[in-house]
Design a protein around this ligand. Sequence first.
Ligand code: NAI
Ligand code: MG
Length: 496
Amino acid sequence: MKNQKDLIDRALSGDPFPGLPQGHFIDGTFCAAAAGRSMESLDPGRAEAFAAFARGDAADVDAAVASARQAFETQWRDMPAAERGRLLQRVAELIRENAERLAVVECLDSGKPIGEARGDIQGAARAFEYYAGACDKLQGDTFPIGPAYLGYSLQEPVGVAAQIIPWNFPISTAARGIAPALAAGCTVVAKPAEQTPFTALLLAEILKEAGLPDGVCNVVTGTGAEAGAPLAAHDGIDHITFTGSVASGTAVMKAAAENVTRVVLELGGKSPVIVLGDCDREAALDGVMGAIFENAGQICSAGSRLIVERSLHDGFVEALCRRTEKLTLGHGLRDPQLGPVNSAEQLARIAGFIERARERGIEVATGGAETTDPETGKGWFFQPTIAAADSPNDELVQEEIFGPVLTVQIAEDPEHALTLANNSQYALVAGVYTGNFAHAHRMAQRLDAGQIYINEYFAGGIEVPFGGNKKSGFGREKGLEGLLSYCRTKAVAARI
Ligand code: NAI
Ligand code: MG
């Protein structure tokens, strides 16, 4: 516990954080960018530079893809599955051993409260543990094509898998992509977001320590335009898992189309939380607060549209506002209930939504302004905000804000709630609070979303498939289905 406090005190002092990896991780070693350039990651809680990292480009991507290809063909593809599994299990253990350090770095890089970062680190360990156990359970099938034949299938690894990772859940997203890719026998080139490169690099260090052969997992850092785009367009990769905005996901899909590379896209969301009159009110209040204010609302699956039945509405929204006004704000390392948003751009984007909403006459019930860490007067903070939204087609209800902003709509009855919920270009997740079993499961059938949460928002873990419909993307990560993204079926038919 003393080490933990020392680590946090030191990071809070603003001194350079010691021992961070320097450079890309390519072919088992850390190396400078080919062009010799670097860039800085900022600590959102202070709005100040935190550490420098390599600013990569196409030349670095080429080197990483070549290394991943070589490692795929000579090392990883043919390693016995049980051995791969033991290695990934070791990675899970090492993540747990290094948890506090990883959490502090994640907190400094992304801004999120340290308590949330700790949860993310444990989640990353679980992802490796889960897929470690799956390595030797990937099985094919047999086909009944008659006594003169033998028909069977093999699940082969796809090859080199690119991972393009966002800044809101840096290590979680890296782990939920890298672990199943490695489990399936693929090798990896990962490109973390330029706002949050460090935990992916620390993960690479851990993979090496666990005994992963050189080249099996490479990490190239840099911007989307300079490092992400050449990776997505590379003809040496066989699969892309992309998590981020619809615009960048569309660009990635277009680039992938040129090489007919398969893609999994996990894009934005504007997920509804339906609260019916017959629910457990306290559980619903807790759930709605967490759904929108965790990670300051910067979650693709944030519950950003509250749809509450009229019978409950007035008192419920009042109680929500009272709770919201009590939330503590501050630098993530002090573990507040609400941390900063990730960047100045993100802050300006959120403020723009609220400013335009006010111009349209929308009433902001609480919050609605930029602020700073009350202790230091620094950082990119936005007050937790709740706004009534009378028109279901208003920008505030339709667009992903990616900040601590909740809109409230009133439903006359469950059927109306369902109509409002499905009125979106996105369809990632949906939450339902009700005490009525039949209502809950009827809603689960008819809500358009990849994942439904009943009576607990964000319920579930690595075991549960995750991904969206409509503009939220396609393909599923997590669960055994997530493993199949990194496999291709080969069917064999033999005359015997
Ligand atoms: P972004 O989609 O541009 O960034 C995500 C990742 O993609 C980063 O690693 C970035 O470097 C990379 N990238 C960007 N352009 C690329 C390209 N052409 N080819 C390959 N890789 C590329 O997201 P950004 O600009 O940081 O955030 C903008 C908005 O996107 C947010 O306000 C939010 O609405 C949404 N977003 C959604 C996320 C989710 O979890 N679904 C995560 C992050 C952002
Ligand atoms: Mg940063």
